[in-house]
Design a protein. Structure first.
Lengths: 173, 173
DNA sequence: CAAAAAAAGGACGCATACTCCCTAAAACAA
DNA sequence: TTGTTTTAGGGAGTATGCGTCCTTTTTTTG
């Protein structure tokens, strides 16, 4: 694999549960919460892609469709905010979904700055068909946890998201 | 904000803790583990950027420097694997760090396919200076949790990452 | 009412994180 | 040794997720 051997415990094998030697020092990657969260996010994207293989839709795209499913229409900013992405990122996602015919976009009559986005009948059908695959991906992510741990995990992660909401570039609510 | 009102509970306000009406149905975004993980990852990137404002380094870049800090040298693939990113993503990150003089790269003598990557003295200094900021970002992420919850959270997230490791495009170990 | 502030969106650029396809080099097998 | 397969890396293309600068439109304020 490598021509030169690894000498430290930064790898997963050497890391394990007891990575912090002195207090809270985050010496190796597996003791850094942010690192683990990034890895878990990667994994969820992977699981989602696996379950939705033929559909070719991403988690964020599905989240947008989910929000619009139960709404008459939303401007791009509100839509982006409610799925928790940046305004400019959201605009890109919307553009692709419009191109695929899953969303429709029109200039607002009452506020000519705003684009009103709606889900199309095709988009609605798509959501109906994809929901089981999405749920399988969600379940596989937390499957390694016990029943009790799953609720606990959701509680804790919600607490962190709510408390640090303003730190994100796409604060919600 | 919007010209048309939101009618459903997909938003954060209506969501809360009791989002699942029938069994495990993930009806609203705040009940979807994958969604919450994506948000938490966003937040960590935001916190990291905030703490390291003047340094202009990302979490993945710092992870790479961290790994190379304790190692003689690594080929690009091994380096990417040990920080948990895809081979091609890793190559891009390395390219930027080389451009900034924090890493050095040379063709291996023993295997002329491989690029051996090393941290430069400047990179080493950089890591030393940045570590406190990185640790502040890590601490702020889990600060909303109680002392006991923090260890529990790390346990659980490690369990999920290890069990689903192969689902990611950048499996480790 | 006119000037200023705010808000929505577009356009461009950067960084992560993949895909697929390609070349070159090494390892392995017949 | 001669093929075949594996491995390392590069290049092109796509998607998220941000920043910044800019225009247009609306709202607010003096």
């Amino acid at each position: 694999m490598a021509t030169i051997e690894k000498s430290t415990g930064e790898g997963p094998a050497a890391a394990g549960k007891a990575g912090r030697e002195h207090g809270v020092s985050y010496r190796d990657l597996w003791s850094r919460p942010g690192y683990l969260v990034r890895r878990l996010h990667q994994i969820h994207v992977g699981l989602f892609a696996e379950e939705c293989a033929d559909k070719d839709l991403t988690p964020v795209q599905f989240a947008m469709l989910s929000v619009l499913y139960g709404v008459q229409g939303l401007d791009q900013f509100s839509l982006s905010t409610s799925v928790g992405v940046d305004r400019t990122s959201g605009a890109d996602v919307i553009k692709r979904l419009v191109r695929r015919g899953l969303l429709a976009r029109e200039r607002s009559e009452t506020d000519r700055r705003a684009n009103i986005v709606r889900i199309t009948p095709a988009g609605r059908t798509f959501v109906d068909q994809m929901r089981p695959a999405m749920e399988r991906a969600q379940n596989r992510l937390i499957e390694p946890l016990s029943e009790g741990e799953r609720d606990l995990f959701l509680e804790m992660i919600r607490k962190m998201v709510e408390a640090n909401n303003s730190a994100s570039r796409a604060p919600m609510g």
